[in-house]
Design a protein around this ligand. Structure first.
Ligand SMILES: [Zn+2]
Length: 260
């Protein structure tokens, strides 16, 4: 994570289940680029330290909440990858049906409401989405992914950051063609063939505590790609008049001359 720039300084934390009531967790206040195996902590599911010289991660409560809500999850990864975190800061979820691979592995990626890092607020914000999603952005903070094993959870973090970069480029280019709802349904059915377990089916709207995933995918009426309906947007500067510095100076000089 550190090598790929997903964390700076002591950011980010990782945990993995060792047994029914034992978690291996990264320690508090250690840069992930310089972490060594002897620094790791072992805790139980209540967060009590069982082994290790250092204290467990300051985001331990968020990890514990995930394990409580998702018995299938074996590992939790949290980082601040810059492009995905940019979307989290802008309040733009990665929930548009754009890339087939992302739809089959993660579905869509919502934003959990802002919560003060390391407090009890953060697990509460995560709880709303964790039953239905394997990855989410954390508003004005970073991203969280979970998986059936450690690398599974980490790879989802890579996928989110990669997807965020592609989405950013497409939006800079001015449009995103979307996969149709029918194509999204087809991709969902393909998951079984690839042995990918989705945490939840796709639905239209967010509920109180998400049990299904919201994906922006318009009906395609037979086509698999649907042109983006929201772009191109009219330029907000359509009413502006642009002048060079020389033209502006000439206008001002003209105006002064006519005043004399
Ligand atoms: Zn963080």
């Amino acid at each position: 994570m550190y090598a790929r720039g997903y964390t700076a300084s002591n950011d980010g934390n990782i945990s993995v289940r060792l047994g029914p009531d034992r978690l291996l967790m990264t320690p508090k206040s250690v840069c992930k680029g310089f972490m060594t195996p002897d620094m790791m902590c072992i805790t139980d599911l209540e967060g009590r330290k069982l082994q290790g010289d250092r204290d467990p991660s300051s985001e331990m409560l968020m990890h514990l909440e995930v394990y409580r809500q998702r018995p299938d999850v074996q590992a939790v990864v949290h980082a601040h990858p810059p492009t995905a975190t940019g979307f989290a800061v802008a309040g733009i979820p990665l929930d548009r049906a754009v890339l087939a691979e992302v739809l089959t592995t993660l579905g869509s990626i919502p934003i959990a409401e802002y919560a003060t890092p390391s407090t009890k607020e953060l697990p509460l914000a995560v709880r709303k989405y964790i039953k239905a999603y394997d990855g989410m952005l954390l508003a004005n903070h970073g991203a969280l992914t979970v998986g059936g094993d450690l690398y599974g959870a980490y790879y989802k973090m890579e996928t989110i950051e990669h997807f965020a970069k592609i989405s950013l480029v497409a939006r800079l280019l001015g449009r995103e063609n979307l996969l149709s709802r029918e194509e999204v349904t087809r991709l969902q059915e393909l998951r079984g063939a690839y042995g990918i377990k989705a945490p939840a089916p796709i639905c239209e709207d967010t509920e109180e505590d998400a049990t299904c995933q919201v994906v922006q995918a318009p009906p395609g009426a037979g086509s698999r790609l649907v042109p983006d309906s929201v772009s191109p947007k009219p330029s907000p500067r359509a009413e502006e008049i642009r002048l060079t510095y020389r033209e502006l100076s000439a206008l001002i000089e003209d105006a002064i001359r006519s005043l004399r």
